[in-house]
Design a binder for this molecule. Sequence first.
Ligand code: ADP
Ligand code: MG
Length: 721
Amino acid sequence: MKRRNILKQIAIRKPVDVSPDKSLCEIWAIDVFDLAKMRSALPKQIVRSLEKTFEIGVPLEKGMADEIATAMRNWAISHGAKYYSHVFQPLTGATAEKHDGFIAINREGEVLTEFSSKQLIQGEPDASSFPNGGIRSTFEARGYTAWDVTSPAYIMETANGKTLCIPTVFVSWTGEALDKKTPLLRSNMAINRSANRILKLFGNSDASISTSAGPEQEYFLIDSAFATARPDLLLAGRTLFGRPGAKGQEFGDHYLGAIPERVQLFMNDVAEKFYRLGIPAKTHHNEAAPAQFELAPLYENSNISSDHQQLTMTILKSTAKKHGFLCLLHEKPFNGVNGSGKHVNWSVRSSTLGNLLDPGDTPHANMQFLLFCAAVIRGVHKYGHLLRTVVASAGNDHRLGQNEAPPSIISIYMGAQLTDVFEQIRTGSKDTKSCAPTAESGFMNLGVDSLPPLPKDPGDRNRTSPFAFTGNRFEFRAVGASQSISDSLVAINTIAADSLDFIADKLEAYISEGKKLEEACSNVLKEIIENHSAVIFNGNNYSKEWLKEAESRGLRNLKTSAEALPVLKEQEIISLFESQKTMSPVELAARFEISAEQYIKTIDVEAKLVLEIAKTKILPSVIAYLAEQVKCFDSLSKFSLSRSNINYVAEYLKELQNATAKLQKDFSVGHSGNLEEQLKFYSQTILADMDAVRAAADALEGEVSDEYWPLPSYMEMLFVR
Ligand code: ADP
Ligand code: MG
């Protein structure tokens, strides 16, 4: 569609008003087969067993699945569902599902509905097209889905009707995880095991410990009509061409500004869908860039949160379509304005003690709190490069380190006060300037000589830090907007579990030597801070000085995904996952392969698009424009006008031709080396070639008549709706 027609179409668009009229209480979790619904549909004994499974993660007792399956089917059918589906998260990071009908026909030819415990518990999707990084071909086994009892089933309504969706893991016959959920469940078990070792020393046994997550999601909304003239947005999710407009986000007038009406209706619709599915969406606001928005839910158990996050992305995209929008979850859809990330807030929760990252009221609780913080500090110091790697993707590379998102160097922000507390522990001194234990300053005195008082408040927030302590949780800010949060949660859980084990080993050893718990804790804290405080950085992570400083502190700076992904092959990382039983070496190797392939394929598609758009849209338009201008100037020769502007056009046109030819050549020659070499080739040669084509084309966009320019402009896409 021509640009003009697109604008006309947008001008006559009618807002889609869904006007939900039901109250929050009426619709909350109405489409979820949650505990409340199970309570009314199942015998007490089964409900009790399910409650135990939800709360402390013990396996469901045998022989209960039949009745649960029947109750689930009856509930789903009474809500109009005709199909059921095992939903899983393959290693692409997307959500996959295969729909089966409840329908069955008996001998008399009558229609029945059928759904057995076997169908609830296990499925066998034809999964041959999901990437498995060599796992399935190695083991010659098929992929199976298996019911995750701890994540409730729900009904999803689409144009296709209503489907009962059952959250499942996806594993090979030999038990290798082919998905993102299995390692997450395992990593929660690792935290439960290791954290309990510490709590036990504090006299708290029998608690069940899990992790919580609250992911903030950023996204762009543009009118979907633009996509018809923008193959790059449609297929790559980002603009591969486009000159940043005269106005971007420099006025800061979009952030938290009034939300446009069409967008409000969209958000209303989205919220309605979230609430029906029991997704506790809490905040919604404009973000920094024009056409950019953010939403955040209340935090939940990290497994549920991750399932809900996948649903969130699906719902954002499908609801956008209904409202005539294209929802872009890409990390950098537009140059020159901020990209989109996902802040993953994370904490550790005990079923009896609550949030273990909350400074407590007693010396005992605070010592525990400091140990858990220290575990994270040690983990991030030892394995910061792993955190960099789990957020590596072609899309996120455009955002990390671009003065809008944390750099590729992973450090921790602890806030001045807590840093001071740790400093006091390290030096053994009780008084430093910023941390005097006065009544007004809100410090809690531990009442223990060897430990200083603790701040109740985290103090200032540092938005530039990739991993920030924000009072009662850590916030991992390097995650990309389109990424599944599972990989990040698995990595954080695993490195934390590893450090908690380290701490538990030490404490147990000190105690067996006859030391008191308090002294043992103090010794361990001191040791951790001495060895790992290099990862604490409270300053500006966007500054050039930090790059130097981080290097001198020995922190790794893996600038691109091509550099970061091979970390998954390092022995230290393989041992970490193996010792915590979150991923086997085979599973990890598969993840390296799949992530590397995805990176390469993404750039491969982008390169093809760059060539196609340059050759079939931009070059012909520029040539036609130039030819016409030359004619015009020739006809006006008696005025001896300056031809400088068409000379510019001719110069940039030559550049565009040369750059396109170079990309074409490098791309068709390709690279036949191993995955690491191909990663390098795509990240260095192909991306640089693409940038050169774009630079010439974007320069031309500023010279060629708007009438001739074939692609919707940044101004149109970001400001017209
Ligand atoms: P901000 O933009 O200031 O970071 P938001 O309110 O947008 O704050 O998002 C904060 C996120 O952190 C929410 O999803 C919230 O539920 C989550 N959160 C709050 N407390 C915890 C916690 N203890 N553990 C995990 N997540 C938490
Ligand atoms: Mg945040």
